[in-house]
Design a protein around this ligand. Structure first.
Ligand SMILES: Cc1cc2nc3c(=O)[nH]c(=O)nc-3n(C[C@H](O)[C@H](O)[C@H](O)COP(=O)(O)O)c2cc1C
Length: 552
């Protein structure tokens, strides 16, 4: 069998490939990165991968009955651990990658999920690797969110006495994004992957579990583990690229071993074709994908513990926030958000040993530059939030020399927030964000500046990693905004160098990888919302079977 995801040797060429890819996929004020000239919306790729011929395990939607508050879900030890059973696995997936609703407008009908995705195209796929989970057969399962079922791809009988364990592998179907976005699509797939990491970490918190990234497995091993290198099962259909493996820590004394054993087989099922009539090819995506494969994640020390403020008394239910998260499509351009809410959102972006940052054992490499438009008691203008003390000097050196780097008088003393310049930046932020009104009508928007070329050159895999960190930051903003009664929207479309020019960033030591915007959303009353799994979500108040006494 030829491996569809065979690991290339990382050479000096790989970093050149990645840096060249990044440069050629920049949108500019004069031209967008190469993409399709026409789109036939009736021929969109199928957003759901499924495998024909696999035994299926239905999962019962149970989020409606989960009483956990959002503040408890993000607090270390805030929720007692659910047992390692099929209902718990179902709830983890339902709250992270499951459908949140179906939407309808006229003849159009589309699903939205707990995890957001650029263009709602959802390139991220998930594989559950189970060992000794009560009610679930051992082996490798693919999660099909449309039906909330697991498709059993590979048997994996548990050896006598083996520790039970649960892992989740994530992969990307690049074509889903490339269909619409052309060459820039690889970036969007990686940002979406970061959101999926965040979605899984929050969902795990809601049932007292943790997830952590498994170190030391290279891309080829990851592909083999998820069955993505089985060319016969993917013959003639869109390939999937292995991205990352997460180990699920399901409670005290139940941490799984770092990596599961390689599945011995047999495998069942064939992947479906997502796009019957692909009109374009973007070979540069395969090149950058190969150039950024991992040789095994480096081991990193865990983050230091940090205290979190106790959750507010009237905190929302975690499930309502995770399922209710939506992207704002329009903002109330007269609304000013309270300063405390703004500071709380900024604070939530700082790394600490709590949800979701404990999934990210790496020094923060992305730093927001905030374009404050409408925050009570805060002068409109540009602000910087270096997420690591060591970045402050580098950012000062990289950004415009006339930026003030002044303290923000009413900000909490420990928040590393600096005012760069007072200015009405609504128009300019809208312009550099591909003329999208959401970047100027919000309360604030931001650009995430990544410590870029030196890191990517040293290890091209970091190109993926930097985007994952950006997606993770975006996910925190989505959920914290929702919790505060506001809404966010990720912005993948921006004019890269126009933004850099605005900030005075020269060269590629720092690069902007993602924009985000937060404000009070205006909803479109014409769009109707229908249940995600009609007839399958239990009525509100019904309690899911998650008590400890069910532990196998
Ligand atoms: C990486 C990323 C980039 C996005 N870029 C944009 C954007 O440029 N403009 C926009 O209006 N929405 C953007 N979105 C929002 C998506 O369109 C939205 O997530 C998707 O339609 C699903 O809707 P939901 O977030 O309400 O579930 C982006 C989302 C992600 C995750």
């Amino acid at each position: 069998m030829t491996s569809a995801s065979a690991k290339p040797a990382v050479t000096g060429d790989s970093s050149a490939v990645v840096l060249a890819y990044h440069a050629r996929t920049k949108h500019t004020l004069k031209r967008y990165a190469a993409g399709p000239e026409t789109l036939d919306w009736d021929l969109q790729p199928n957003p759901f991968r499924e495998f024909s011929g696999c035994p299926r395990t239905p999962l019962e939607p149970a989020a409606e009955g989960l009483a956990t508050r959002f503040g408890e879900a993000i607090m270390p030890g805030g929720v007692s651990a659910a047992p390692l059973t099929l209902p718990s696995v179902g709830l983890l997936l339902e709250l992270s990658l499951g459908l949140a609703a179906w939407k309808e407008l006229g003849p159009d009908r589309w699903a939205v999920r707990c995890n957001p995705s650029s263009g709602n195209l959802h390139p991220t796929e998930a594989y559950v690797i189970a060992r000794g989970v009560a009610g679930l057969d051992d082996g490798v399962h693919h999660y099909l969110s449309r039906d909330h079922v697991l498709e059993h791809r590979c048997l994996g009988a548990t050896p006598e006495g083996a520790t039970p364990g649960l892992w989740i592998g994530l992969s990307s179907v690049h074509w889903r994004e490339a269909w619409k976005y052309g060459e820039r699509a690889f970036r969007y797939c990686q940002l979406d992957l970061g959101h999926a990491l965040g979605a899984l970490r929050y969902a795990a918190g809601a049932i007292g579990w943790r997830v952590r990234m498994v170190e030391g497995l290279d891309s080829a091993a990851l592909a083999a583990l998820m069955g993505l290198d089985r060319t016969e099962d993917f013959a003639g259909v869109e390939a999937e690229e292995a991205d990352v493996l997460l180990a699920v820590d399901t409670g005290p004394g139940r941490a799984p071993p770092a990596a599961p054993p390689m599945p011995a087989g047999p495998w069942t099922g064939r992947a479906n074709r997502l796009d019957a009539h692909p009109m374009y090819r973007w070979p540069v995506i395969d090149e950058v994908s190969a150039a950024t494969r991992s040789l095994g994640l480096p081991a990193n020390p865990p983050l230091a513990e940090a205290a979190l403020a106790p959750p507010p008394e009237r905190d929302a239910r975690a499930a309502d926030i995770l399922l209710g998260r939506r992207s704002a499509q329009r903002f109330d351009a007269r609304y000013h958000m309270p300063a405390e809410t703004f500071f709380a959102l900024a604070e939530a972006l700082l790394p600490r040993a709590s949800v979701p940052w404990d999934v990210w054992n790496y020094r923060p490499r992305l730093h927001p530059v905030l374009f404050v438009h409408r925050v009570e008691g805060l002068a409109p203008g540009l602000y910087a939030l270096p997420r690591h003390p060591a970045a402050l000097g580098d950012l000062k050196a990289a950004l415009r020399t006339d930026f003030a780097w002044a303290p923000v008088a009413n900000a909490p003393a420990h928040l590393p927030l600096h005012r760069l310049v007072e200015s009405d930046a609504r128009g300019v932020m809208r312009t550099v964000s591909c003329h999208q009104a959401i970047a100027g009508d919000s309360c604030f928007a931001l650009s995430l500046l990544a410590e870029f070329a030196p890191r990517v050159s040293a290890d091209p895999w970091r190109y993926r990693q930097l985007h994952w960190e950006a997606g993770l930051i975006g996910h925190v903003l989505y959920l914290e905004a929702e919790r505060a009664g506001l809404r966010g929207t990720g912005i993948g479309c921006f004019f890269d160098d126009a933004l850099h020019d605005l900030l005075g960033v020269e060269g590629d030591r720092f690069q902007s990888l993602y924009h985000f915007t937060v404000g009070r959303a205006l909803t479109d009353a014409r769009i109707s919302t229908l249940p995600a799994y009609p007839g399958r979500r239990p009525p509100p108040g019904a309690s899911p079977s998650l008590s400890e006494d069910q532990t196998p």
